[in-house]
Design a protein around this ligand. Structure first.
Ligand SMILES: [Zn+2]
Ligand SMILES: [Zn+2]
Length: 933
């Protein structure tokens, strides 16, 4: 069933679905739109539904009250509180409790938990109201332009479970929303229109009423009533009301400013107008100059004209005609304001996203943040106001303090992240200039794909190209397309079940395995009944103490009877043990099983250390640190954290110190089960470090109140049991992710001892003791440098005599037919002196004797050879140095080249090197006798 079919079904029974008591009481008349036939309810007679109406409130608000953005929320909050609603703090904009969303896109998302494709609602109050900041990146181009689009906006969510205590249904909901508009905002009842609509999603559906004032949709009350589909549906046991209203719009309707940005961002815009020299076009003194008149006319029309799908450029051109102004001129007046609105919107989004732990990056949800930050930086530069993005951050924080005081804790973090990211962007600018020059030369028209490629691989924003006259305008769908490319589901790879089971194996028919390690991790030996043997080596027991691979923790090993267990996995509620060889026992037998104790203990310590490292990293680095993924094995563990840069050595050591401090404090590790909603409210969404927990019963691991996570792994009882955590290595493995490798417990000591052994070995080699190893080492390095210098001057001083000796040692090769045709040939395989020596001697020798061919093969560490060939001025007429060098190198299994005077090369096949001298002599003689040359 599609939306319109459902709508006509509900509208045909409007008494049941839409006629609320308020309509009857106040005489709302049900009417049909003369354009689209849609049904709506209003007190006065109207011919069309609000969909086709202009924004007539602009410049003429329907109320005498003027409510600022924050005042609007305060009024709403007080009103609903007086009417028995719980006021709930906003949830994070980073949606950690759903693995299908990066960001919170609507207020109702706060309360939805998804498991097995089924949505459940968990309300922390009933009824409730939440001022939920929502992030949406599907309309980026429209932001700043339409007057009403945002990448972040506050959805006032009025939510209730109709069938639980405190709940209400349609009559009360509409009565409350109507009361808000009339009693609190001072809007006349005759101004309000309710439009019949429907809502379908996530296996549920219901009717809805959208309410409009003077063409502006203010809110939408969704009544989720049924589950299933049109053929097979039933009334939900708990019907849900989800009314969402944009705070930006509610403030706008009372102010009637040309755009909603003018009131939403009023204090920020005022500060920028006051200090930047940009005219405040909408100042309240009423003295509009010509420019502000144009702006006012323009924005009041464009707001109403644009639907998100329209071609903005086309609409603008049309508007220029209507306003009788040249399009270019209009753009010149309008674009700076559009840019300013965009900058402020994007910066606000960054404030919320970074506060809630998301980082700009190249992957996942972080991608959108990088896009809007780079766009903001480009626009800021273009505007040339001398403002930094950080200045606007501070303005937002000042404005938002009464609404979202929690943001204040993150001021420094937001600044730090934005500074690092901005610096990175500026560093790419030079490269961008080079690319721009190339584009200019090529004079090609850039396609959308070209633009995306330029952005992706070189960080060139199309705004920059427009700024530099390389592009006429940013394609309408550029930023949306970019976001789409990166908005694949955020679900990360789950633990893989690597056993291929035959189709005829029906696990559903087997009873779930009782998990002994949950109740008592000290059980390592137990008797169990064999329920099923698959492929003669996969065993399912009625209960098990074997921990199966999961949550990044590697499985236990051990024995089932006499059979060695080398892998354990969990499929749904069944644990499968893999044994080496063929399993001899029968199904139904009782068998003794033993878990390998040392392995379990090591893994348990490494696992607990992961929690501790996570906490230590966050406290050393910043609030944006989250677990990206983790792996815990017997002798090794790693934690991948979200962080913007590679770790310095100081940071790494500070994390190590913090972690070991937690060990020394011997803090208790408490494990308790909580209802999911309770866990979230008590411990915040930071519990979801390892991802979403699909069950309603959450196992919370609390390490001394410092690190509190939902986790199903095995842990020690007190942090002191870990003894020691040693970080082995840190590495930036991808943009925004840093890997920390470490070991805990006895393995950590082994690691330290191994490093200690290495130092001892070095000390012995240096002929010193451990205490003096550093001093001795640097002295040796100094000595080495000095020796090298000495050798160089020594070579220089002896080279004269060496050159003479070389010429003396060379043999004369003569052509048999022509006595005037001859060469001097010098050949040396040198295992002692290096190439520097031969370069000097060779060069000088051929200068002294132009008939000389100088060949030296320098053996490096008995493993490879460097070939050096010089040919004197006369000699190169017969044999060229580069040709000879290549010839020799090939015989050594390599290759060479150079100039006729000087050639070099090398190889690694050294077996036949002693034969080279005569072979070369032979080929030189051939050359001498070859008179065709
Ligand atoms: Zn209509
Ligand atoms: Zn854990």
């Amino acid at each position: 069933m599609n939306k319109s079919e459902l709508l006509s079904l509900f509208s045909s029974d409007y008494e049941k679905y839409y006629k609320v008591s308020l309509f009857e009481k106040l005489g709302f008349i049900r009417q049909s739109c003369s354009i689209c036939s849609r049904f709506f309810w209003a007190i006065p007679q109207r011919s069309i539904c609000p969909d086709h109406e202009n924004y007539t409130f602009i410049g003429n608000p329907p109320t005498s009250k003027r409510l600022s953005y924050t005042q609007s929320w305060e009024k709403i909050r007080d009103y609903f509180k007086e009417n028995g609603h719980t006021i709930v703090n906003r949830y994070p904009v980073v949606c950690r409790w759903r693995d299908d969303l990066y960001y919170t896109i609507a207020s109702i998302v706060d309360f939805q938990r998804v498991a097995d494709n089924k949505v459940m609602f968990e309300l922390p109050g009933n009824p409730l109201v939440v001022p939920q900041m929502c992030l949406r990146f599907n309309d980026i181009e429209n932001v700043g332009v339409t007057g009403r689009h945002y990448t972040s906006f506050c959805m006032v969510g009025q939510t209730c479970d109709a069938d639980s205590e405190g709940g209400y249904w349609k009559d009360r909901c509409i009565e409350l929303d109507f009361g808000l508009l009339v009693d609190i905002f001072g809007i006349s009842p005759a101004e309000i229109t309710f439009v019949e609509d429907v809502w379908i999603g996530a296996g549920a559906f219901g009717s809805s009423l959208e309410y409009f004032v003077r063409g502006l949709e203010l809110g939408n009350a969704v009544f989720t009533e049924f589950e299933g589909n049109e053929k097979n549906h039933r009334v939900l046991k708990n019907k849900i009301i989800d009314m969402g209203a944009g705070l930006e719009r509610l403030s706008w309707i009372t102010n009637g400013t040309p755009t909603s940005y003018d009131c939403t961002f009023e204090p920020i815009l005022k500060r920028i107008y006051d200090t930047s020299g940009i005219d405040n076009p909408f100042s309240s003194n009423g003295n509009y100059n010509l420019q502000s008149k144009i702006l006012s006319d323009y924005f009041s029309r464009i707001s109403a004209k644009l639907e998100s799908t329209s071609d903005i450029l086309q609409v603008k051109k049309q508007l220029a005609q209507e306003l009788s102004i040249d399009f270019e001129k209009l753009q010149k007046i309008v674009v700076p304001y559009e840019s300013l609105y965009t900058i402020i919107d994007h910066t606000r989004t960054l404030v919320f996203a970074i506060s809630d732990g998301s980082l700009p990056s190249n992957v996942g949800g972080g991608y959108n943040l990088r896009v809007i930050l780079r766009r903001t930086l480009s626009l800021l530069k273009q505007l040339g106001l001398g403002l930094k993005v950080g200045d606007i951050v501070d303005m937002h924080l000042d404005q938002l303090q009464p609404l979202y005081s929690e943001l204040m804790d993150y001021r420094n973090d937001i600044h730090e992240v934005l500074e690092i990211e901005s610096k990175r962007f500026l560093e790419t600018q030079e490269r961008i200039v080079a690319i721009s020059t190339k584009i200019r030369k090529g004079k090609t028209i850039l396609s959308l794909d070209d633009l995306i490629r330029l952005y992706e691989s070189d960080g060139v924003t199309p705004d920059y190209l427009v700024e530099n006259a390389l592009l006429e305008s940013v394609p309408a769908n550029f930023y949306t397309r970019l976001s789409e490319l990166h908005s694949t589901s955020r679900s990360e790879k789950r633990d893989k079940n690597e056993f291929k089971l035959d189709d005829n194996v029906d696990l559903d028919k087997i009873t779930g395995t009782k998990l002994l390690y949950y109740d008592d991790p000290s059980i390592l030996s137990f008797d169990a009944k064999i329920l099923r043997i698959i492929n003669k080596n996969l065993i399912i027991l009625d209960k098990t103490a074997f921990y199966p691979r999961g949550g990044g923790q590697e499985p236990d090993f051990g024995y089932i009877g006499a059979h060695k267990v080398d892998n354990v996995v969990k499929i749904k509620d069944k644990v499968l043990h893999h044994v080496i060889g063929t399993f001899e026992q029968k199904e139904g037998d009782i068998i003794n099983c033993v878990v390998e104790k040392d392995r379990r203990l090591s893994i348990t310590k490494n696992h607990t250390a992961t929690h501790i490292i996570n906490h230590a990293s966050k406290s050393v680095l910043g609030s944006w640190v989250w677990q990206n993924s983790a792996y815990k094995d017997e002798t090794y563990a790693r934690l991948d954290i979200t962080h913007h840069s590679a770790l310095s050595r100081d940071e790494m050591q500070e994390i190590e110190r913090k972690a070991n401090d937690i060990i020394r404090r011997n803090l208790p590790v408490l494990i308790n089960f909580y209802a999911r909603g309770v866990a979230e409210q008590n411990y915040s969404f930071r519990i979801y470090q390892g991802g979403v927990v699909p069950s309603n019963d959450v196992r919370i691991v609390n390490i001394g109140g410092l690190d509190i996570e939902a986790c199903g792994g095995t842990h020690v009882f007190n942090t002191g049991e870990l003894g020691l955590i040693k970080i082995i290595k840190t590495e930036r493995i991808q943009d925004g992710v840093v890997r920390i490798e470490f070991v805990a417990g006895a393995n950590a000591l082994n690691r330290v001892q191994a490093q200690d052994d290495q130092i001892q070995y070095i000390a012995n080699k240096l002929g010193t003791n451990r205490e003096k190893v550093l001093d001795t080492f640097s002295k040796n390095m100094d000595d080495l440098d000095k020796s090298k210098k000495k050798i160089k001057s020594l070579i220089r001083s002896i080279s004269n005599s060496t050159v003479e000796q070389t010429i003396k040692d060379s043999v004369v090769l003569k052509s048999e037919s022509d006595a005037n045709r001859f060469l001097n040939y010098y050949f040396k395989i040198d295992e002692e002196l290096d190439d520097q020596f031969h370069l000097l001697v060779g060069q000088n020798s051929v200068e002294r004797n132009p008939d000389l061919v100088y060949v030296s093969i320098v053996i490096v560490e008995s493993k490879s050879a460097k070939v050096i060939v010089f040919c004197g001025k006369n000699a190169l007429k017969i044999m060229k140095a580069n040709v000879l060098a290549n010839h020799i190198s090939k015989m050594l299994g390599g290759s060479g080249g150079g100039t006729p005077n000087f050639g070099q090369g090398g190889g690694t096949i050294l077996e036949n090197r002693q034969d080279l001298e005569n072979m070369l002599k032979k080929s030189l003689l051939e050359k001498l006798n070859d008179l065709n040359e």
